[in-house]
Design a protein around this ligand. Structure first.
Ligand SMILES: *[C@@H]1O[C@H](CO)[C@@H](O)[C@H](O)[C@H]1NC(C)=O
Ligand SMILES: *[C@@H]1O[C@H](CO)[C@@H](O)[C@H](O)[C@H]1NC(C)=O
Ligand SMILES: *[C@@H]1O[C@H](CO)[C@@H](O)[C@H](O)[C@H]1NC(C)=O
Ligand SMILES: *[C@@H]1O[C@H](CO)[C@@H](O)[C@H](O)[C@H]1NC(C)=O
Ligand SMILES: *[C@@H]1O[C@H](CO)[C@@H](O)[C@H](O)[C@H]1NC(C)=O
Ligand SMILES: *[C@@H]1O[C@H](CO)[C@@H](O)[C@H](O)[C@H]1NC(C)=O
Length: 505
């Protein structure tokens, strides 16, 4: 097993070596340095391809003589230049098209997440107050990224999140403004609303994080899995999505098992352990088939049973939160089986726009088994309708989470955030410059492979989409009420059905 584990150890670039996350990684790091000469660096040369699209361009900088610029990634070059990040190339972004489309509606939550600082703006003092709750401080100046690590992150969460931000800068060179932000990569929310209420309340510190709930003020940022999660063999989102779509083709909806499926690690949440009780037993048939995932065993067996593309085998798939939100949501929705969503407490950057009975079937947390049994029975009686919800949910996820939208969301989020800054960001004394070269060239195996796969290879030939205005508070309220009404309706159906059945017996 040690063999297998070794390859999941990703490392930070050389300048940040004192802060790698575990002792094992540290050992591996020295191993890496010692063997640097033997490593099989993947050199990606500067290729000049033919320009995409049909338009004629008048010397835009992302094209040279009508040829599209492809960013180089030359690790020998990086190593021989004393591991110095190259100067930004190109420094300017001039897309071929000057018009842009409207962003999806869920981008409006950007305004909502930044609302606490709408009038006060964001001062350096506010950011510094947030440091105890953060893992990293990331500063962007003139398109270069500087990072200060305060503490280790779980596995490679921060590494791949920051890799994602570096890709955004490659997609829109020269467009991301100077900024200074804090990032938290754990599961639990960090900035509690209740600590910043009342007459003498101070402004909350702005902290970027992956999930939020009613009681928190964390700012939503897409999580690391869009660029990869090597520890559990989850490839970057584009590759994973493609694989799930191929998996989906393998078994037609009608031919899938007519039950609700879930696979995962139950030991992270009491509600997940509770879900195991709904599994098929001699006494009960709740139409549920759950399987526990033993990650250590999976690592040892080369992930034979955990491949996401092999999990589109049942007509219904259950989504249940882990400790807080779960990155599994997009993978579950991506398969066109109908998603049975156990009422979540947390949200991430896109999930607030999912609608019950349009994209998923709502399930009560305190009535799991009965609600799932009913949903499955209903679906098997109304296959066309159930399939339509499954297809709509999967189409919606594919569309709103196209990588272009994920980058555009990050772009607008960072842009709106930077507008609120009341100071000129400067490089913190302990921060180190990081770049795609320093990260990709310091790594090997799966870590490097995922980085190379998810790397932005050219500047965009389009402008980012146009950010829609904020939601009016009434619109948010109406939407929440609508969701609540539909969910209540489904609950009533279940209760009526249950009572009818029990009267019969
Ligand atoms: C682009 O420009 C060339 C020469 O200037 C011209 O022959 C060609 O038709 C143009 N292509 C388009 C798609 O406008
Ligand atoms: C990478 O850089 C090295 C050293 O500067 C150079 O010799 C080599 O040709 C480059 N490789 C590619 C594929 O461009
Ligand atoms: C950023 O660019 C400005 C203007 O070109 C320059 O004065 C400044 O020193 C640069 N800052 C950094 C940290 O590179
Ligand atoms: C707010 O501050 C004032 C003046 O310092 C103090 O008298 C008052 O008790 C404080 N109120 C609360 C709720 O802390
Ligand atoms: C649930 O039931 C299935 C089928 O009977 C079984 O294979 C599986 O191991 C059970 N899951 C758990 C967690 O016990
Ligand atoms: C499904 O159809 C069966 C047979 O017609 C019926 O007894 C049952 O009540 C239906 N269940 C639901 C939830 O529609």
């Amino acid at each position: 097993m040690a063999e297998n584990v070794k390859q999941f150890l990703c490392v930070w670039p050389f300048g940040l070596k004192g802060l790698v996350s575990t002792a094992a990684t540290l050992v591996f790091f020295f191993f890496l340095v010692a063997c640097a000469a033997l490593l099989n660096w993947v050199d990606i040369p500067l290729i000049r391809g033919t320009a995409f699209g049909q338009a004629n361009f008048t010397s835009p900088s992302s094209y040279i003589h009508g040829e599209r610029i492809i960013y180089p990634l030359n690790c020998s070059d990086y190593v021989s230049s004393a591991q110095k990040c190259p100067d930004n190339y190109p420094s300017k972004f001039e897309p071929g098209e000057s018009t842009s489309e409207a962003c999806p509606d869920y981008f409006r939550w950007i305004h909502q997440d930044l609302k606490p600082w709408e009038t006060s703006g964001i001062t350096k003092e506010m950011i510094e107050r947030g440091i105890p709750g953060a893992d990293n401080r990331l500063v962007i100046i003139n398109g270069s990224v500087y990072l200060e690590k305060y503490r280790p992150s779980f596995q490679t969460r921060d590494l791949f999140t920051i890799w994602g931000i570096l890709q955004l800068l490659r997609l829109y060179p020269g467009k991301v403004p100077d900024l200074d932000l804090l990032l938290f990569t754990g599961d639990t929310t960090v900035v509690m609303k209740r600590d910043y209420e009342g007459p003498n309340a101070t402004s909350p510190p702005p902290v970027f994080h992956y999930c939020g709930d009613k009681g928190s003020l964390d700012i939503m940022l897409p999580d690391w899995t869009f660029w990869g999660w090597p520890e559990v063999n989850i490839r970057p989102w584009e590759q994973t999505l493609r694989a799930i779509k191929e998996g989906e083709e393998r078994i037609k909806w009608e031919e899938r098992e007519p039950y609700a499926y879930w696979r995962g690690n139950p030991n992270v949440a009491a509600d997940r352990v509770d879900l195991l009780k709904c599994n098929r037993s001699d006494e009960n048939e709740w139409n549920v088939r759950v399987y526990t995932q033993d990650w250590l065993k999976e690592i040892g067996q080369g992930f034979r049973n955990s491949r996401l593309e092999d999990q589109c085998t049942h007509r219904y798939k259950i989504y249940i939160e882990g400790g807080t939100w779960s990155v599994s949501e997009k993978y579950i929705f991506a398969c066109d089986s109908m998603t049975l969503m156990i009422k979540p407490v947390y949200y991430d950057f896109f999930s607030r726009s999912l609608m019950p009975m349009q994209h998923f079937w709502p399930i009560r947390n305190n009535n799991k088994c009965r609600d799932i049994k009913f949903a499955v029975e209903w679906g098997n009686n109304h296959t066309r309708e159930a399939q339509a919800i499954g297809t709509a949910g999967s189409k919606y996820i594919e569309e709103i989470l196209a990588m272009r939208n994920v980058y555009d969301y990050m772009f607008h989020l960072l842009n709106e955030y930077a507008k609120l800054l009341r100071f000129k960001p400067t490089v913190p004394p302990k921060a180190q410059r990081v770049c795609a070269e320093s990260m990709a060239c310091s790594n090997k195996d799966l870590c490097k492979e995922f980085m190379v796969q998810s790397m932005v290879k050219s500047p965009s030939d389009k402008l980012p989409c146009t950010l829609p205005p904020p939601y009016e508070p009434e619109v948010i309220r109406a939407s929440l009420e609508e969701k609540e009404k539909i969910t209540k309706q489904v609950e009533t159906w279940e209760t009526e059905n249950w009572e009818k059945l029990n009267k019969k017996q």
